[in-house]
Structures are given as structure tokens and as C-alpha cells.
Design a binder for this molecule. Sequence first.
Ligand code: FE2
Length: 311
Amino acid sequence: MALDTSSKIATPDRHPPRQPESAAVDPLLRAGDGGRATRFNTIPEIVDLDRYPLHQPGSEAVDALLREGRATLEHDALFSLPGFVRPEAASFMAAEIEARVPVACRHGTDRASYDSDGKSWPAGHPRTVKHLFRYHQVLNHQIPNNSPLRRLYCWEPLREFLRQLMGYETFYRSECPHLALSAKVAGDGDTDGWHFDGNDVVFSVVLKEPEQGGLFEYVPNLRTDKDENYDAVAAVFDGNRDGMRSVKLSVGDLNVFQGDYTLHRVSPVKGDRKRVVGLFCYDRVPGTNFGEPYIEELRRYLPGAAPTRNS
Ligand SMILES: [Fe+2]
């Protein structure tokens, strides 16, 4: 995947060189200097470090979390760390994200549950059935540089914890100007339809809960490498809830979800209060970006873009 470096061009006259930072002190744990947010400048203000001391790798508490997480992901597709982000910080982040909804992408298309495999499938086959996906998406470059949500995403101990949890040898933050860090906002009637993910894992943090609906529903490991289990997928589309988990994700939860074999959706939100979730993107390869065709599709969902067939 080619790395687009155009976004990295800086204007030196406007950006004085950064002061060298001591390698011994995580700069994100220090109180801020210019450009910092007015509140939640430091990781202790954002993360419940008493419960989740990720800044102490190798500690008994972190090792226990890693063991619990790996064991959970063995039989369930979802591992949640409840209350990872402090509620006041989550509320601040949610407000920052909601303020950007007027400039955000507006998704509102019916989509299939699967990425295309290049074959043609008969009408009515689970691969052809489409579901509504409707929500706002705030992109990386729309989120302020001094946002506490970005500070959390850039917190090195979190990246290292997630690397160890997943058992990856290498693990890097994405460099995508659009999707490295993003957020989804779902209002009344918004939903993510049933689907399998095209990637192995998604990391999210819940910033705001709706009054009703917006439940995360999934059927763990409904398909395997060897068996697509289309009959069971079709049954879920028809309303069968056997083996389904329906979870109300709470404010502050950090969620690790493996959705490539697990059919999942977010049920329609009900009420005026929005569901707001931050999404963190990493890759085992450094310098990754999302492909331009997908980004071009996102641009079509921005306010003022030319209408598409689906809108
Ligand atoms: Fe998904």
C-alpha cells in the first residue's frame, strides 16, 4: 500500500521546532504547553490508570488484563475494558466530535454484508442481501490536534498493550489522514447493518450512549475459514437470534472486536441522544493508508458533495 506523504508537508515558519523530550517521560503524561486542550491534557485525566495501569507494562495488573483479554477473544469476538476512559473525559470528547457533525461524512446507503469476492451470486443469497448503514463519520483531519481523543490514540502504552493483546510482532498507528483516528455518530434511526468486517480487529471507545437502541449485536464465529455457514447467516437476516449476543456498550468502554468471522450490527438508535464512538486504526505494517478509491467514496458523503445514486 503506497504511503501518501503529501499530508506531512509542514510550514516551518509557522511551526517552531519541538523541544527535545526526555525519553524517560512519556510526553503525553505531562501537563501541556502551547496547543494543548483546555481540559484533559494528560493521560491520568483521561484514562482510569488505577484500574488499567497500561503505563506499567509487565506489571501483574497488566499481565492479568492481557491474559483475560486473550482468553475472552478465544471464545468471544469482543473484549471490553469497562470504564477505561473516565466519564468526564468521554463526555468532553463526545462534545468535540458532535460539534463536527455538520462537516462530517453522512453515510446512508444499503450495503451487502460481505466484501465483494468478484463472483456473481443469485438474488436472495446472503451475499446479495443489503442492509442500511446510516450514521455520521468524523474523519481524522476533522478532529482537533489537541483533542483528548487524539491524545489517547497517540498514547504509546495503549498501542503497546493492544499489540501484546493481539500477539502481533509489530503494530503501528495508521498514518491515514482520513481514517487513522475517526468517530461515528449515530442519531435517531441510524444503524450499522449486519456485516462481516474486512479487517481482523477493530478498536473503539464509547464516548456517549443513546437513550435506547444502538445495541451492539453479534453472533460469535458464525463463519469459519472452511465454512461460510450461509444458512445461519440467512437465518439471522430473517430474525433468528440463536447464539446472538446483544450488548449495551457503555460510556468509557474500550472495545476490542474481531469481526471478520463474526456477523454483527449496531441496532437502530432511538431518541434524541446520539451514540458516539471513537475508532482507532493500527496496522502491522508501518506507514499504512487507506486506498484512494475508498477515500474518494468518503468524500462523496461530505456535505456539499455531488449526490450519488444511493443518496
Ligand atoms: Fe464492523
